[in-house]
Design a protein around this ligand. Sequence first.
Ligand code: UDP
Ligand code: MG
Length: 320
Amino acid sequence: MTISYVIPVYNEEKGFKKFFDKLLMPEIKKTKLDYEVILVNDGSSDKSLEILQKIAETDKHVKVISFSRNFGKEVSLTAGVREATGDAIITIDADGQQPPALIHEFIEKWQEKDVDIVIGVRGKYEKHGLIAKLGSKLFYKMLGMMGVKDTVPGSTDFRLLDRAFVDEFNKLTEHDRITRGLMDWMGFKKVYIDYIYGNRLAGKPSYNFKKLFRLAVDSFVSLSTTPLVVFMWLGLIITLGSGVIGLFDLIEEELLGDPLGLGWNSMVRICIFITFLVGLVLISQGITSLYISHIYSEAQNRPLYIIDKKRSRNLKKKDK
Ligand code: UDP
Ligand code: MG
């Protein structure tokens, strides 16, 4: 049995060697299983690539994929997972924040429980500021509202993936991807392992607020079309609201002669009318969005369903 280790690397020259030699390799050796390591250099601008290549020269189990430029962690993870040939694939960060000491636990859970994914979850043992807490609560709440109900708050990319799961994952084609979200969307049998997200060995995290925000937006947009429809509802509410007020004005003043003494003037009426029109514009935009959302999901070309091959029997061996 072979385990593949996939590690995305972006500007990690300061800490990588230590991570690899002192933290990762001893743990891999302890498992006593065959292994391969796939290091994905995500367009680093420092000396990371040279370090990776040196490691690959001395250890034939190590493969290096090097990108032409920085594509982001989501894509580098995907490339590594596609290249992996093992019976299970473990994805782990290069900075030491996800403790390799837990690798054997991931493998044990996978073997004992007949599951397809083992997911590392952070947070249970950590203290967070109020804003970070609220932010992540909101994130998962919104994911839930958008139909991705299967995501446990705090799930990270520190994962073990069964071969059967990876074969299906590799068929997903979208470009703006958030790996975790896609994996959770796929279903299959999962178990979770709580861990403490450690400190970086060296260097700085490359995710800043801007990147994180983009990631959040990407994950909503790529997982669901709900944001497009929100404006249609807003438009409906505005149009209905101003329509009702306009009607009320008409009846109250023109038909009944303003018994409430509200004294509608033309300025107010113009405002109501403009609001009414704005609502109409939003509605029509929302309808256009519906069409776009259909085009979008067609263009994404996600598979309509995903077969759990490991648990199916006697299927035609058509697709590999
Ligand atoms: N990473 C990458 N491409 C990027 C940014 C990060 O491959 O554009 C790698 C990075 O080298 C590390 C992992 O992804 O192994 C997580 O990155 P980071 O530590 O910056 O993020 P955080 O710990 O905040 O999740
Ligand atoms: Mg990190």
